[in-house]
Every structure is written in C-alpha cells, then in structure tokens.
Ligand binder design. Structure first.
Ligand code: ZN
Length: 443
C-alpha cells in the first residue's frame, strides 16, 4: 500500500543563496466531470481522491490525501512507482476517498479486467511513495493485489493495462523506461538512514518484471555484448522457483515462480543471505522473508560484476559484494551495455542519498524549513561501480497546508547541485554528479 511520509525537518534558519523559485499554483480539484489522463486504447475512468481538511477549520495543515501542484512545471516528473494495494479494488477506492487515511495514488488498476481508475491528476502530488522527493517527482500506480499472494492477482489484463499506461506517461513526461526510473515501491529509497526499515516492498517478488519491461518495449537484450561487467538479472519467471516466507504471518509461501534471486555473502547456498544494514541494524543475516528486499535482486535490475566463482557471480550491492547462483546456461544474467557510476579519482568513498534536495544555503534566508538530504547507510567505495547516471531533478516541494496559506507555501525550490541515479542495491539512490564519473560499460 502507500504512505504519506511528508518529511518536515525543523532545521535552523540559514544564509541567503542563489535559488530558482517557481510558485506552483494551488487549485482545488473538483468532483465534476474530469477526463482521465489515459491513452485512448485503455478502459479508464475518473474517481477523485479526497482533498479535504481533517481537523479544526483553522487547522490548514491537517488534510488528505494529496497536494495540489503544477507538474511537470519546474519540478519535472521523472519516475513512475508501481505498487500493489493489499486491498481489493473497491476498498482501495474508498480508502483514497477518505482524507483521514492520508494516502493516495494517481491510478488504480483492477486485477480481473485491467480497468484503470485515475484518482489524482498528474499535475498533483499523490501521497504514495513514502519518500517526499519521489512523491514530488513521480506518478504512482496501484495494482489491485496482495504481494504474498502474488501471481494470482497479477493478470495478463493488468500487465497489459499498466504497461499501456506507463508507456503513455513515459512518452508524455519524458521518463526513461529503465529500472532506475520505472520503480516498484520496493525500489524507492528512504529519505534518511533511519527510515530504511519502514520502507514498503510492494509489488513484491511475484510481479513478473521481465514480462512487464518487455511490454514496455524494453526487454532484456539477448544481443548485448558477450561479456560485460554490467549485467541485467534475467531469470525466467516460471523457472525461477523460489521458497520465500510471509514473515508477518510467520508462514511459508508455496514454492513458485518469482522475479527475485536470493543473494548470499559467499558463493555457497549455505552461506548467510545478504543483510541490508538498514533492515538489520543489529548485523543479523538477511532472511528469506518476502519483505526482506536487501537479500534479493529482481529480474530486470542491473548490477556490476565484482567477482566470479564456479557457478556463482558476485555483484556490488550496497557497497559490498553479494553472491548469487549462476549455473552455466541458466540465463540468470545477461551481459548488458549501459552506464555505470564510479567514485572520481582520489575519492575513497562517495555518499549515497535517498533524495536530491537543494543545499541549505540555496533556500531564501527567511524560509523556515530548508530541507536538505542526509546520507544513507551505504557508500560507493573506490574500486566499486554501480549502474546509474540517470536523470534526477534537484528540488524540494514545500506544501504544508491545504490552501497554500503559509509563506512560500506550494513552492518548488530548485537546487543547483546536479544529482544522478545509482542502483546501489535493491533500491535506487542518488549521488552528486561531482562525486562520480559516469562511464559507458560493456560497449
Ligand atoms: Zn506501495
């Protein structure tokens, strides 16, 4: 499902600085006849999400379920986030129409027939990604389904509709059709190190990413270079039979086809699973819980090979080596040409962020909440490389009230520091362009 997580950091007032400010005009969304923003070949309707106050009339900061904006405007829309609802279609529509639920998405796709309902206009910011930077710069699409029940919900009709919608939106807003811009909720980074363990992991290991990216016209290329340090993970969904656990219900999930490939600390099936330090702060090993995303790489995600052993491949993963089984001829990876990021010469370690916000000094001196990024738990060390180098706009959208009644309310603060995407592990991150070299690999 989704979450609001509108980050409100109280930071000290700071100096003046050069800043590009664009005012986004707030406008109330009416429940009148709005034509859904869908491609022509898609069955689609419009049911507006709530845009109402939830507290006392004078309390303009308590409201749901989204923020008005003027996207793409100066903020840009550069990402699409796929979710699953964990509720049925009708209940999901009810939730998004209840402002007390503090959650929404731009679109909901029905399992049985692939019908699409738009609930938030694309110009507005839905509360869906659990990361305010991603909310500001993305469109969220909910698939009706339950992640641990997986493939039973994700029908051919649903894949077809979601793919048509994503192709339409990507063309309209110039969103790259790669896995650093077409994300699952499980690919969205936390805004800070502390938030890692609260991040969502839908649509989960049973969403068929190979199938979906092929429908987008971006199949994993079998014609790529014969050997490359950059690989795309490409297991056949049906043949990639995995046994995961539903650790919320403490039950084993049936062995079944999956997009997820388990990652180990050594080249052995008996070695511990990889442990994301944000999920396991006590240093305990990773688990085969469906929710433990750090111990799995997903089909269509890319990685840089760090080492090889007979039948096993190591990749750089959250700044360390992670191993997975790659028996000869099994097609678990496909050599790929593309861009990777490396620390610039002389840099021992490069910080990774979950947001691309302006620097403190770039906000106006009289602005009370200059929100800046803090490094995540992962770094890129000298000698390592990660897929990346994609576009990530630098900016922070300030929208604390329902009616834009505070100073600078509904302003998009654009920053001058350029960031690029990095596939640091299961979730993407952002690095300062000045910290890294972006180079072609595999060509
Ligand atoms: Zn979600």
């Amino acid at each position: 499902m989704t979450s609001k997580q509108r980050i409100r950091l109280a930071l000290a007032l700071t100096t003046t600085g050069a800043l590009s400010v664009a005012l986004l005009s707030p406008a109330a969304a009416g429940a009148d006849t709005v034509r859904p923003e869908c491609p022509r070949n898609l069955a689609c309707d419009w049911v507006p999400a709530a845009y109402q106050q939830t507290g006392e009339p004078e309390d303009k900061e308590s409201y749901g379920n989204y923020d008005t904006a003027d996207r793409p405007g100066s903020s840009g829309i550069k990402f699409i986030v796929l979710h699953d609802t964990e509720e049925d279609y009708a209940t999901t529509l009810n939730i998004f129409q209840d402002p007390a639920r503090q959650t929404s998405a731009h679109y909901v796709v029905r399992s049985a027939d692939g019908h699409v309902t738009q609930m938030v206009k694309n110009k507005d910011v839905a509360w869906q990604a659990g990361n305010w930077y991603l909310n500001t710069h993305s469109i969220g699409i909910e698939q009706e389904g339950v992640a641990t029940e997986g493939a039973t919900w994700y029908t051919p009709e649903m894949y077809r509709s979601t793919a048509r919608l994503v192709r339409h939106l990507a063309a309209k807003y110039d969103i790259p059709l790669d896995r650093q811009h077409i994300l699952g909720h499980d690919g969205v980074p936390p805004t800070s190190a502390d938030g890692t363990k609260n991040m969502h992991w839908d649509p989960g290991p049973y969403w068929d990413w190979n199938r979906f990216m092929a429908l987008l016209g971006r199949p994993t290329e079998p014609s790529a270079p014969k050997s490359s340090e950059l690989v795309t993970v490409s297991p056949d969904f049906t043949k990639n039979q995995q046994e995961f656990r539903d650790c919320e219900k403490n039950s084993a999930l049936p062995r079944q086809g999956s997009s997820a490939v388990p990652l180990h600390t050594e080249p052995s099936a008996d070695a511990p699973l990889f442990s994301d330090p944000g999920v396991h702060p006590d240093g305990s090993p990773g688990t085969n819980c469906a929710a433990d995303w750090g111990s799995k790489i997903s089909a269509t995600q890319q990685a840089v090979v760090a080492d090889r052993a007979p039948g096993w491949t190591a990749i750089w993963w959250y700044g360390q080596k992670a191993w997975f089984s790659t028996p000869a001829g099994a097609g678990v990876t496909t050599p790929t040409s593309g861009r990777v990021v490396r620390p610039k010469a002389g840099k021992a370690e490069v910080p990774v962020y979950g947001v691309a916000y302006p620097e403190k000094a770039e906000y106006p001196a009289d602005f009370v909440k200059p929100t800046v990024g803090t490094p995540l738990l992962y770094t890129i060390k000298a000698g390592q490389a990660f897929p990346g180098g994609g576009e990530a706009p630098t900016g922070y959208f300030y929208a604390p009230t329902i009616d834009a009644s505070k100073p600078y309310d509904h302003t998009y603060f654009r920053g001058g520091q350029k960031y690029v995407t990095v596939q640091i592990g299961h979730r993407i991150g952002f690095v300062r362009a000045s910290d890294v070299d972006v180079v072609r690999s595999g060509s």
